[in-house]
Design a protein around this ligand. Structure first.
Ligand SMILES: Cc1cc2nc3c(=O)[nH]c(=O)nc-3n(C[C@H](O)[C@H](O)[C@H](O)COP(=O)(O)O)c2cc1C
Length: 366
């Protein structure tokens, strides 16, 4: 059967369908539990949480499901060697963003406070709470951390945007690799070449990675229905990770207006941009992104750009100036149908089963 794959066996789940974790407060315990309870693998993005908050989220997930689930962190969570930027960099950013703060009638923010990486403390919690699955992006945890995961029975999943990154993940001994295609919503998790040079589409990337590695591969990016799951499995994936379609469901942590945008005509156009966080990510195109294309050198590095933009985001949302807010989403958004995560899960399973059955029958009759 299509649902017996290396990934389902390794994780002890019924179907090779994973709900992509969402960082930045967009994950929810309810969504994780629904997907896991329906036989897939729910995922919780925790990279902005404190260690204590991760423990609390984990306790809530355990209370809501006794099935396997995934907690996700960012290995590299800072693009500034010192955690801060020079006054000159800050002045340059102020200059290009001033018209938008003026339009929203709010003051330009102070220079963001120095950022201190959180990963080491966060990962310690993962080792303590031992979720069945620990997935990560933006790099590879140290050999020591991966060894501790192996000893504790935590399965590891790393994200690759190129075949070279997949090889590095395999050499490090991760259990599964996500092939993260450029159609995907959210950040590009590149960690070798710059993200702008790591923009292969999901189904090419999947095949390139399959040529190079023996580790089970999970396809992510542009999958939102049974056809997408079948295509991924046909090209050699052992599971599909689905983000945007779950983000749009009532149970995700996204704002109602974000979900409306994903179901609106606006979702026909998405763009990769650094304007809102300092790292390259895909969201629904807007005026600010268009205006600032070509001015990337004046943005602050991640995550200081996120901090810099936070008051503008809040004011723009309050004033309904939605063309200045980034609504994360992938290229597949215009085909989304479901608003309930359980219905999305069930339709993914039914559609995949039906397509596989029909193609099996056709093969028999040839
Ligand atoms: C809003 C948003 C936030 C995301 N945050 C993370 C994250 O923190 N960690 C991660 O590994 N993947 C993250 N992703 C990627 C998803 O888990 C998933 O791989 C991706 O959305 C799949 O592509 P799709 O959006 O085309 O379905 C995020 C995606 C979105 C849309």
């Amino acid at each position: 059967m299509w649902y017996n794959t290396k990934v389902t066996k390794m994780l002890g789940i019924d179907y090779p369908i994973m709900q992509g974790p969402f960082g930045g407060g967009l994950s929810s315990v309810e969504l994780v539990a629904i997907v896991s309870n329906e036989g897939g693998l729910g995922g919780y993005g925790a990279y902005t949480l404190s260690p204590q908050e991760i423990v609390e989220a984990d306790n809530k997930i355990r209370a809501a499901t006794n099935k396997p689930y995934n907690i996700n962190l960012w290995v590299s969570d800072n693009d500034t060697p010192t955690g801060t930027v020079s006054d000159e960099q800050y002045e340059q950013a102020k200059k290009i963003f001033k018209p938008y703060f003026d339009e929203a009638g709010i003051a330009l923010p102070e220079k963001p406070a120095p950022f201190i990486s959180r990963f080491e403390n966060q990962v310690q919690v993962i080792l303590d709470i031992r979720p069945r699955v620990f997935s990560f992006m933006f790099g590879v945890p140290s050999a020591d951390i991966l060894e501790q995961c192996r000893k504790s029975g935590i399965k590891t999943i790393g994200a690759a945007t190129t075949a070279d990154e997949a090889l590095v993940l395999e050499d490090a001994g991760v259990d599964m690799i996500i092939a993260s295609g450029f159609e995907a919503g959210g950040h590009r998790p590149s960690f070798l070449a710059p993200a702008e040079q790591s923009t292969t589409g999901s189904f090419v990337l999947l095949q390139l990675i399959k040529e190079k590695v023996k580790t089970p591969v999970i396809a992510a990016g542009g999958i939102a229905n049974g056809r997408g799951v079948v295509a991924a499995l046909t090209l050699g994936a052992d599971a599909a990770q689905i983000g945007t379609a779950f983000l749009a469901c009532d149970e995700s942590g996204a704002l109602p207006v974000h979900k409306q945008m994903l179901f609106s005509d606006a979702a026909k156009y998405t763009t990769l941009t650094r304007a809102f966080t300092g790292r390259l990510g895909r969201g629904i195109s807007n005026r600010l992104i268009k205006d600032l294309t070509g001015k990337e050198k004046q943005f602050l590095p991640f995550p200081l750009q996120t901090t810099f933009m936070s008051s503008l985001r809040k004011a723009a949302l309050d004033q309904q100036k939605l063309d200045m807010v980034l609504f994360w989403g992938g290229q597949i958004a215009p085909i989304l149908k479901h608003k309930k995560a359980s219905l999305l899960m069930r339709s993914l399973i039914e559609e995949t089963t039906e397509i596989m059955r029909t193609s099996h029958e056709q093969n028999l009759s040839i």
